[in-house]
Design a protein. Structure first.
Length: 317
């Protein structure tokens, strides 16, 4: 029997490990809870970048270079939008836009976000369960030297350039976990925190009331998104530095506080093993860089194998 796993994910790194987990676990053994703090309304459309990145990745449709958006994309809509004087800073491809339009129409007709995700997964042939962290409106806001910015303005329009001072998850305090989220967490034998940005992909999930407590009640294994002091992509390392913290797997472990029972770190960081173990963590050293699909699967297998040892340690008196 496969381990019952819940993965917490957001962004491209998270989607890649989620894809590896989906390749090795049967649908009934894997639920992926996805960050919705990046969601925003643009051109009247409901854009859900992290859910879409996970969906496209699991469906084999993700753009091979960017990791977000779709492969074989065309850009007629965006080009025409620009010619008409519309905003082109957020790049919506033609195929991708079909999804945003359909989702927006379903939401306007009164559909629940969890139903929209379920329907899209069905259409895209994804057998595993994807759950939005919440069905309420939560928006990641970035406090910077240039003032507070909505997440996509910071991330895309300003290319993560303004210096970060902190984050606020607007609406989180009054949000509730999405349908099935707490049930999945309580039923999980282990929770895997994907190599997503801790500040902007995982923290919003943990900020939804009830989720952190539910995660803390289970064995948790995190895969470090930091390798040799840098993030594979995205601003995680830059954010750690701007928050006055040297980016490393140790910083990631400390960021998650007492939540973690185990960690998977890259070979490049093997020397940090004793320091992590002295903090009570079980550590697995593996290749965490996922260049090709086989790497995702291999990392998923290593994380699951490590998770099994963390779970067994917990139940052994
Ligand atoms: N990221 C960019 O850096 N530039 C873009 O123009 C962009 C467009 C975009 C469109 C749809 C989508 O689902 C994602 C898109 N992303 C883009 C990625 C997105 O902003 C980030 O990956 C996440 O929000 C961070 O995890």
């Amino acid at each position: 029997m496969a381990l019952r796993v819940v993965a917490l994910a957001g962004g491209v790194g998270g989607a890649k490990l989620a894809d590896g987990l989906a390749a090795v676990l049967p649908p009934q053994s894997l639920t992926i809870i996805v960050n919705t703090g990046d969601d925003f309304e643009h051109l009247g459309l409901a854009i859900w970048p992290d859910l879409d990145t996970v969906m496209y990745t699991l469906a084999g449709l993700a753009h091979p270079k960017t990791g977000w958006g779709r492969r074989d994309e065309t850009w007629n809509f965006l080009q025409t939008l620009g010619e008409l004087g519309g905003p082109t800073w957020f790049r919506l491809g033609d195929r991708d836009t079909a999804l945003h339009v359909l989702r927006t129409q379903q939401l306007r007709a009164g559909a629940r976000p969890a139903d929209v995700v379920e329907g899209l997964c069905r259409q895209l042939g994804i057998p595993h369960t994807l759950l939005p962290m919440t069905e309420d409106r939560v928006r990641t806001m970035v406090a910077t030297d240039d003032g507070e910015l909505p997440f996509q303005e910071y991330f895309v329009a300003r290319a993560c350039e303004p210096k970060v001072r902190g984050f606020r998850f607007d609406g989180a305090e009054s949000s509730a976990p999405g349908r099935g989220v707490l049930e999945a967490l309580h039923a999980a034998e282990v929770i895997i925190v994907c190599p997503s940005n801790p500040w902007v992909s995982i923290d919003p999930i943990l900020a939804v009331p009830g989720i952190r407590e539910a995660v803390a009640s289970r064995p948790v294994v995190a895969v470090s998104p930091i390798i040799a002091g840098e993030a594979v992509r995205g601003p995680a390392a830059k954010i750690f530095r701007e928050m006055g913290i040297e980016p490393s797997p140790l910083a990631v472990a400390e960021h998650y506080g007492g939540l973690l029972g185990g960690m998977v770190i890259d070979r490049a960081d093997a020397a940090l093993r004793p320091a992590l173990e002295s903090r009570g963590l079980r550590v697995r050293v593996a290749q965490t860089l996922m260049r090709k699909p086989a790497d995702r699967r291999a990392l998923a297998e290593a994380a699951l194998d490590h998770a099994t040892s963390v779970v067994n340690e917990k139940v052994t008196p």
